[in-house]
Each structure stands twice: as structure tokens, then as C-alpha cells.
Design a protein around this ligand. Sequence first.
Ligand code: DX5
Ligand code: ZN
Length: 219
Amino acid sequence: HLVAKIGPSILNSDLSRLADECDRMVKSGADYLHLDVMDGNFVPNLTFGHPVVATLKPKFKEVFFDMHMMVAEPLKWVESMAETGAEQYTFHLEAAGGHTASDVIRKIKEAGMKAGIAIKPNTPVEALLPYLNEVDMVLIMTVEPGFGGQKFMPDMMPKIKKVREMFANLDIGVDGGVSEANIGECAEAGANMIVSGSAIVKSQDPASVIASLKKSVEN
Ligand code: DX5
Ligand code: ZN
């Protein structure tokens, strides 16, 4: 059985102090960091890209960076992101566009990163099935990507269950609106890489929130 990991998303943190906020998360017990890259095209919002990650990653050599690439051209940023030292590149199936998802996955692995594939709420889980043997993680979105602080969509849980029934050992991530109120059902469904943003970063005591999230998924 896979042990659930908690990956804070710093999207809704104080981005003027990005490194300090990442440090605060690591010191509060984060198992990894989930970093949301948005290009204003795949999603209607902008964050940061590889130039920022290149300055951040050297300060966190021991921390696993899961790059959530909400970008229209996932193939385009693979090499530059790999050069930052980020460990995992999670792209959206919906954005694989002219390139097949398999090409993107191959390129990510050739660049030395782990490959994750994400789907938006309206994308059926069946669309992922052809790639499950090739990826290191699937990421099931429980909000429409683009913004932090949205409401968790519990009707995405059957997607997690379906993947977990087929693959006992694959990393399954869940992202969007996850908090102490719903982490139980995510883990129950089979998610083991739990992203949580606002619930952690907006708290004055993130360590206690992370501890409580971990406690809810202990078994
Ligand atoms: C949404 C992002 C998420 C999300 C996490 O586009 O991918 O990582 O903002 O933050 P919360 O937990 O606040 O939804
Ligand atoms: Zn994300």
C-alpha cells in the first residue's frame, strides 16, 4: 500500500516571497512541493515559468518539485524545465495538441524527469488509459485549473477509483480544493499524492494543517 504524501501548492501564497513560502512549507512537513505554471493560454491566468524555477530550485535541492504545467504547449518547455533540476513534469492531456501525449512523455523522460499526466474535470478518465503504462503519476483535477481557492468537486472520485483498480502501485495525485474536510475521500478513492493549496498556505499554522491532513489519511 502506498503511503500518502502531502504536496502544498504555493499558488495562493505570498509570491513576492516565493522562496520563503516554499521554505515555510518544507519546514511545516511538506513531502514535496506542487508548483503551478500557467501560461495565460491553456488557462486564463499567469504565474511563473522556468526562469523563476531556475532560481528557486537550487535553494531546495532535496525537495521534490512537481511542476504542474498548465500550458498550451507542454513539449515546448520540457528541456528548459529539466535544466532547472525539477524532478517531475506534469502536463495536461488536453494540451498535448499536435504532439501525442506519448511523445511528450518520452521527451520528459529523456530529459531526466518523471512524467505526470493531468486531466481537467470535464475530461473522462478513459482518455488517460492508453498512457497509464508510460507515466509516473496521473493527476486528477478536482477544480477547473487556473485559480486556487476553488470548491472541491467530489464527483471526480470515481476517476481516482478507476485508475487505482487498474494500477495498485501508480502514483495518483489529486489537485484542487483539497482540505481536511475532503482528504479522507481522496485517499479512500486511492489518491496518494495529495495537493493542497489554500488550506495550508493561508493558515497561520501550516504545520498543524499538514499534520492533520496526514493524520486523516493514516491507516
Ligand atoms: C489550480 C491549481 C491547484 C490549486 C491548489 O489550477 O492547479 O494546484 O490551485 O490550490 P487549492 O488547494 O487552493 O485549490
Ligand atoms: Zn496544480
